[in-house]
Ligand binder design. Structure first.
Ligand code: ADP
Length: 255
């Protein structure tokens, strides 16, 4: 409807704005990091100086990670997509997820058999899933269940884009969001977590990755019941077949 269109246009211009800022900040921070690394070679061994340098490096690296998420939202992140076995990727990051959410939350996984590979940058997908898991954790301070589901779906209905997609669903049994929060959740810098706690860049990054991957992020939430984040990613073969030029009509013998 019209409301959604307005919302998307707002995100579009926010993306242009944040993309420009993030790009400049990223360059500045890279220069800071490289100077710090040169400085480290020049200072004599000194535990206190080492500690101060390490603090500075850590701060700059945190800044880089934030600007990366802004770039992801603005769809200016350079991605390295490949055919990714998503259930295997999720299985491979179980320890990481466990560490991200703590011991009081149970993790359940549902992987549909024969799910085809998705065309996505695997490192960015991992980052996106960690962002979602951390949100789920924050929504379940007294514990709960985090469910990760992976299957394949056909697009073209239920407001989904055309095509065949790998669907990754991450749902929690947490606090949920009211309509107002849900409407603003993917906006960069929108956070309800308070200063120093939330950056408001987690969902912005997930949204940007989904869009840049020619997929889709959909959030559904019920206050008091929980939240479901659905990421659609194009099936790798289908996406590659579309991107490749048509095969030559006559095969030529070689070798
Ligand atoms: P941050 O986590 O730094 O606040 P995000 O962009 O990841 O930034 O999320 C924005 C806001 O959306 C959160 O502050 C919170 O209010 C809401 N939110 C996101 N995920 C969930 C969730 N799983 N359950 C409830 N609220 C959520």
């Amino acid at each position: 409807g019209a409301a959604k269109l307005v919302q998307l246009q707002k995100l579009e211009s926010l993306g242009q704005l944040t993309g420009g800022i993030a790009h400049d900040f990223n360059n500045l921070l890279m220069a800071v990091l490289s100077s710090l690394s040169l400085l480290r070679k020049r200072i004599p061994e000194d535990a206190r100086a080492e500690r101060l340098l390490a603090n500075a490096v850590q701060g700059a690296e945190r800044g880089v990670s934030l600007t990366q998420r802004m770039l992801a939202f603005a769809r200016r992140q350079s991605l390295a997509p490949s055919a990714v076995d998503v259930p295997a990727l999720v299985t491979g990051m179980t320890d990481l997820l466990r560490r991200s959410i703590g011991p009081q939350i149970a993790i359940r996984t549902h992987f549909a058999k024969g799910t085809p590979p998705a065309l996505v940058d695997p490192n960015q997908l991992e980052l996106a899933l960690v962002n979602l898991a951390v949100n789920a954790r924050d929504a379940m301070p007294d514990g709960g269940v985090l469910t990760v589901g992976v299957d394949a779906v056909e697009g073209g209905n239920d407001d989904r884009p055309e095509g065949r997609f790998v669907r990754v669903c991450l749902s929690d049994t947490g606090s949920g969001m009211d309509a107002e929060t849900l409407a603003r959740a993917v906006e960069p810098f929108f956070t309800t977590k308070g200063v120093g706690k939330g950056t408001g860049l987690g969902l912005a990054m997930v949204y940007g990755l989904a869009e840049q991957s020619n997929g889709r992020l959909t959030l559904r939430s019920t206050p008091g019941e929980g939240t479901n984040a659905e990421i659609l990613l194009p099936v790798a073969e289908a996406a590659l077949a579309e991107a490749l030029p048509p095969a030559p009509a006559i095969a030529t013998a070689s070798g």
